[in-house]
Ligand binder design. Structure first.
Ligand SMILES: [Zn+2]
Length: 209
């Protein structure tokens, strides 16, 4: 699936059939919900759901010859909470296990691009409105020429196992104060400027243990 998805800022061919629309209210995604599963709506336009979009962008397309599709990303105003009865805006974490894996993967991509589109409306240096570029996914400040790309934050996550000769093996887990009692996680953290992935792993273990 990942190989068959092509990221693009404009559709290579006109959108003649409904596209998958990843519509966000903040970081929550609009999905059709049934008792067992959630699905991303396929639409010509969000107006079909009587939603008013305040930002939209093309995300890319799937090249599968039989099941190819286009994908769009949109934001509605945070005050826009009225949705059809079988739909809801849900946090992406709640969609794991209830939504098709490829759609979860695309939703993870979409939420990051929606966040970039939302937070790069103005230059962080000058405060003037930015201009969307047409040759790459970027925005430019017309005053200071700063280019704003979608932000990537490299991170590491590691499972550390202690092998015991005369007993069961043990896993090293951490508990965050944000987690409910009894929930533990493997060690994870963001890579700092100048670090390799390996030194980030070593630092996170030192910091968290
Ligand atoms: Zn600027």
């Amino acid at each position: 699936m990942n190989e068959a998805f092509v990221s693009a800022i404009t559709p290579p061919t006109p959108l003649t059939k409904p596209a998958y629309w990843f519509i966000f209210n903040g970081r929550n995604l609009l999905v059709h919900v049934t008792e067992k599963q959630a699905t991303v709506p396929q639409l010509h336009t969000p107006a079909e759901l009587e939603l008013t979009v305040i930002r939209e962008q093309y995300m890319g397309y799937c090249t599968d010859p039989e099941n190819g599709f286009h994908t769009m990303i949109a934001d509605v105003a945070t005050t826009e909470t009225a949705v059809p009865p079988d739909m809801a805006f849900l946090d992406l974490r709640r969609l794991f296990g209830t939504m098709d894996d490829k759609m979860v993967w695309l939703a993870g991509r979409a939420v990051q691009l929606a966040e970039w589109n939302r937070t790069s409306q103005f230059c962080g240096h000058c405060g003037v409105p930015t201009v969307v570029q047409t040759h790459e996914r970027a925005k430019k400040c017309p005053q200071c020429n700063r280019t704003i790309y979608p932000r990537l934050s490299p991170a590491i996550i590691v499972l550390i196992e202690k092998v015991n000769e005369d007993g069961p093996n043990e896993l090293l887990l951490a508990r965050s104060h944000r987690h409910p009692p009894g929930r533990y996680s493997v060690l994870a953290g963001f890579v700092q400027p100048g670090e390799t992935l390996e030194t980030a792993v070593a630092r996170e273990i030192m910091e968290e243990v």
